[in-house]
Ligand binder design. Structure first.
Ligand SMILES: *Cc1c(COP(=O)(O)O)cnc(C)c1O
Length: 370
């Protein structure tokens, strides 16, 4: 079945014949007179119907076998890092999402995890960082906020040849554009706060794995014993939103492509980062592993940080806010958000394209550039 259909029918929850899914808020589940549980559920930390339904849907969309939903994308990342052991070494992108870097550095470096941040678009850089203790290669494609493209198949082949796992943060691409398991990845991570939720109103994350194995059991343990799983209301919102995700992402990608094309011709724009542009350094690889090219782009404004901040101050339709993947278009000056450690060009604005008409969005950006 195709993603549009799976999103609606891979897991259906119904009570009283209801067509819309119910939310089951109960924390505890009853036993019968023989002391047997009435259903497969026991206590909501260990599992509840809304979480199980959402996990099944994402697993089906990614083509995985098992999934665990968490209270945030960072909680999902944390579960993967915690499934490693102190002393293990991880290779991750230099331009990794700064929240993922924070999970590794502020929680797991102290715990004994070793990490090297390298340019994962360059396979030789991954090889050069390799250590006997390397157990995991983490990639993000496209990367945040420069939309660099890592070759998933090549990274997976390299990791597997040396006995490590490949994890892909697929938040930006979503399974509508990229299904990393088809290219050899072992683990897919999502901040479902973004496109899955799609409406900027739920914080949540998820791990899907291609195989059900001991590594996944450790991830599951972080969810059920660590107690970091996603709550019923969030899973219910996610199940409701995933039904429209394919349609949203298709349209957002179309609009993003239109904006990228138009802005790349503009004299006040120094550079547009969008993998759908033929001029993008990762375009050929993206064309193999990503279709359509997604709803995210970033623009580098000619004239430096000052001009970028002037432009962002003049937008009318776009909201100046962090995050992405919602129905409303957002724009953000990343360097200010990331702070003094930021490696992002100071003239870069990150754009999350929403569902407003592309002509209106373009007109807004053009008037802000004038
Ligand atoms: C937002 C985001 C995360 C973190 O997810 P939260 O839900 O904010 O915890 C991880 N990776 C990427 C690429 C993101 O955009």
């Amino acid at each position: 079945m195709q993603p549009e259909t799976l999103a609606l029918h891979a897991a259906e929850l119904s009570v009283y014949g209801s067509v819309a899914s119910p939310i089951v808020l109960s924390t505890t589940y009853e036993r019968d007179a023989d002391n047997q549980l009435v259903s497969e559920y026991f206590y909501s930390r260990t599992g509840h119907p809304n979480r199980q339904a959402f996990e099944q849907i994402v697993s089906a969309l990614e083509g995985g076998t098992v999934a665990a939903a968490f209270a945030s994308g960072n909680a999902a990342t944390q579960a993967v890092m915690h499934a490693l052991a102190p002393g293990d070494h991880v290779i991750a992108p230099v331009d990794i999402y700064f929240g993922t870097r924070a999970v590794i550095e502020s929680l797991y470096t102290r715990w004994g995890l070793q990490v090297s941040f390298v340019d994962t678009t360059d396979l030789d850089a991954i090889k050069a960082a390799w250590q006997p203790t390397t157990k995991l290669v983490w990639i993000e494609t496209p990367s945040n906020p420069r939309l660099r493209i890592t070759d998933i198949a090549a990274a997976a082949e390299l990791a597997h040849a040396r006995g490590a796992l490949l994890a892909a943060d697929n938040t930006w691409a979503t399974p509508i554009c990229t299904r990393p398991f088809e290219h050899g990845a072992d683990i897919v991570m999502h901040s479902t706060t973004k496109y899955f939720g799609g409406h900027s109103d739920t914080l949540s994350g998820l791990i899907v794995m291609r195989d059900s194995n001991e590594f996944f059991e450790r991830i599951r343990t972080m969810q059920t014993i660590g107690g970091t799983g996603a709550a019923p209301f969030d899973c219910w919102l996610l199940q409701r939103s995933v039904a429209t995700m394919a349609v949203r992402v298709e349209r957002q990608s179309q609009s993003a492509a239109q904006l990228a094309e138009a802005l790349s011709q503009h004299t006040r724009i120094a550079n547009v980062n969008y993998p759908g542009l033929a001029s993008h350094a990762g375009h050929a690889i993206a064309a193999r592993q990503m279709r359509p090219f997604g709803g995210m782009l970033s623009i580098e404004v000619a004239g430096g940080a000052e001009e970028a901040l002037r432009m962002i101050g003049k937008v009318q339709l776009f909201k100046r806010a962090t995050s992405l993947g919602g129905v409303e278009s957002l724009i953000e000056h990343r360097a200010s958000v990331e702070g003094p450690q930021s490696k992002t060009p100071p003239n870069l604005l990150r754009v999350s394209v929403g569902l407003e008409h592309a002509d209106d969005l373009l007109a807004d950006l053009l008037q802000a550039l004038d």
